[in-house]
Design a protein around this ligand. Structure first.
Ligand code: NI
Length: 273
């Protein structure tokens, strides 16, 4: 089942193919886009985020390759030591940014490394296309017990095992919203809560501030039913993020990401808020 995208003209050819695989498992994000459209908003996307393991042929570099071919350029590099993640962002003027992170598999417990290596060994050994970034799980489903063991070591590791390659979140550009009073992000957050959405309040509902160039908020991930090797279970899928960019000293909007904020945003796929 593929939802119709309410704003295809704001995505561009690199990120439009990523929407259906995200919309299928993100009912809240689809609903938010529709509710914003009902208010008269035209939703623009600030960035799309992808998750993977640092294992060839699906590591960060492999995911970035088709984007670089389409004219994206690296715009930043980020490290999350506690979560054992590294990330890079990519920009192309007029198109949504792309944020790609990868898990440092070698820093995980041996049993987790063994599980993740066995998953990635099932991937075809070839260069990835844009379509591959939205193709979902390129391996056979793991058992429910394996998922739970992974989640105990790293929620991120478990998310990738369950969902494979696909967008983890799309991000509404708050700069483009026109129907909310200032402060726009705080008023958007309040409106989302009156509509029944749960926000990620870890470290406060709003991460970042005008001084660092970027303010962000996000919903907590939906829970959706996923097929495991031995049955169906509901687990956290994807969330919807909101980003407000501020101009730097030279007057141009901040183009990168803020590590401390992203660290909290990652937690939007935790099992509970
Ligand atoms: Ni994000």
């Amino acid at each position: 089942m593929t939802q119709q995208h309410p704003c295809p003209h704001t995505l561009g050819p690199a990120t439009a193919p990523l929407w259906p695989g995200y919309a299928d498992i993100s009912p809240s994000a689809v609903k938010i886009h529709h509710l914003l459209a009902q208010r008269g908003e035209e939703v623009h996307n600030d960035h799309v985020a992808l998750r993977t393991y640092n294992l060839a042929p699906i590591n960060l570099q492999a995911l970035a390759a088709p984007l670089l071919e389409m004219g994206y350029r690296p715009s930043g590099e980020y490290h999350f030591d506690v979560k054992r993640l590294d990330a890079r962002s990519y920009s192309k003027p007029g198109w949504p940014r792309v944020f790609i992170s990868e898990l440092r598999v070698q820093d995980m417990p041996q049993n987790v490394q063994d599980t993740l290596n066995a998953l990635v060994e099932q991937c075809p050994n070839r260069a990835l296309t844009i379509e591959d970034l939205a193709a979902g799980r390129p391996w056979a489903p793991v058992s429910w017990e394996t998922y739970q063991n992974l989640a105990q070591a790293s929620q991120y590791a478990a998310w990738v095992a369950a969902f494979g390659l696909r967008a983890n979140h799309f991000t509404v550009s708050v700069n483009h919203l026109k129907t909310f009073d200032t402060p726009v992000l705080a008023n958007l957050n309040a409106w989302l809560q009156t509509q029944g959405f749960t926000l990620n309040t870890r470290g406060g509902a709003i991460k970042g501030d005008p001084q660092c160039g970027l303010e962000q908020s996000s919903t907590m991930a939906d829970h959706i039913e996923v097929d495991f090797a031995d049955g169906v279970h509901a687990i956290p899928s994807c969330y919807c993020e909101f980003a407000l960019r501020h101009p730097g000293p030279d007057g141009t909007p901040f183009d990168g990401f803020v590590t401390q904020s992203a660290n909290r945003i990652f937690e939007s796929t935790a099992a509970s808020s």
